[in-house]
Design a protein around this ligand. Structure first.
Ligand code: GLV
Ligand code: GLV
Length: 332
């Protein structure tokens, strides 16, 4: 291989590997056992000569790593993630390293996890499962694990981008919920979808109430007006929630429930959270379907390959830009 490409982790599937190898790359996949690589670990992987790196959201891609990569002749970095809050894009620009991410392929998978958490929280699935396994079930009771009906309630979405909109569509169409959303941009397509649902044949034919949507002018308005205010789901990044305040709130309000995929100080949970029965916690698995993870690996490889082979993928290759949008076909 003419180009030396490093992947800091083994990733699902083989397509991404074949793509790189077929295009003159010598691929090195780090086999270190530790889950999270330090900046020093990655510097030693980069070594004296490295054309591009595929990295992970657990790594701190800042000034130090981009200068090391640039000194080794590297021109490309891709996160295997849609989020890139672990990447200092300005530092990358400064050292002439293009940065890519992997949107599109994880939209529905992530939205499905948010929907799963919503239903699991509403119907207390995890608590009920623990109860069964503990041998506590001794017969049907009118009060046993009574939860919330979603139908006809209002689902609130903060951030109606690709994932937020897909989740909103699932909840509106699947569970006949009304929608209130907050976003800096108007989610025109989502609004049309909900309007279409309202006047569509299905609801009419079944004599159902129309569903409604509203664009809120602030996040507070969403939190005030959404009925699923009694249920809070976070599938974005941990720091959007003050976890200590959340634990206090969960303690004081047993009927309030949360479903969390991400944590303020990942991989740790703030004290008390793991004891709360009204919290469902999963380890940052929102994008974890086989199809999606293979797609993310493929996009990450294409991001790096595109830059080092000089394909004009982006108008401005030094900026993180979506690789696919929601109209793009999934990778073959
Ligand atoms: C996962 O959290 C991602 O950003 O892809
Ligand atoms: C519950 O099982 C019912 O029959 O209402």
């Amino acid at each position: 291989g003419k180009y030396r490409v490093i992947s800091t982790k083994s990733m699902p599937g083989t397509r991404w590997i074949n793509l790189l190898i077929e295009q003159d790359c010598r691929l090195e996949i780090c086999t270190q056992k530790k889950t999270i690589l330090s900046v020093e670990d990655i510097i030693s992987l980069i070594g004296d000569r490295c054309d591009g790196v595929i990295g992970q959201l657990t790594e701190d891609w800042g000034e130090t790593l981009f200068s090391a990569l640039s000194r080794a002749g590297g021109k490309a970095f891709s996160n295997m993630a849609v989020g890139y809050n672990n990447v200092d894009v300005n530092a990358a620009n400064k050292y002439g390293v293009a940065v890519g991410n992997t949107p599109g392929v994880l939209t529905e998978t992530t939205a499905e996890l948010a929907a799963s958490l919503s239903l699991a929280a509403a119907r207390r699935i995890v608590e009920a499962d623990e109860f069964m396994r503990a041998g506590l079930y001794d017969g049907w009771l009118p009060h046993l694990f009574v939860g919330n009906l979603l139908k006809g309630q209002t689902v609130g979405v903060i951030g109606a981008g690709r994932i937020g909109s897909a989740y909103a569509r699932m909840m509106v169409e699947g569970f006949k919920m009304n929608l209130i959303y907050y976003d800096l941009y108007q989610a025109t397509r989502l609004e049309k979808f909900v309007t279409g649902m309202s006047y569509g044949q299905f609801l009419k034919a079944n004599g159902e109430q129309p569903v409604t949507w509203k664009r809120a002018s602030s996040m507070d308005e969403v939190l005030r007006e959404a009925d699923v205010e009694a249920i809070l789901i976070n599938c974005s990044r941990g720091p959007v929630i003050d976890e200590v305040a959340l634990v206090e709130h969960l303690r004081a309000n047993p009927m309030f429930r949360v479903g969390l995929d991400v944590f303020e100080d990942e991989p740790y949970m703030k004290p008390g959270l793991s004891e709360m029965k009204n919290a469902i916690v999963v380890p940052h698995i929102a994008s974890a379907s086989k199809w999606t993870r293979e797609g993310m690996a493929t996009l990450a490889a294409l991001n790096v390959l595109g830059k080092i082979k000089g394909y004009p993928i982006w108008g401005d290759p030094n900026r993180v830009e979506p690789f696919l949008d929601e109209n793009s076909p999934p990778p073959a």
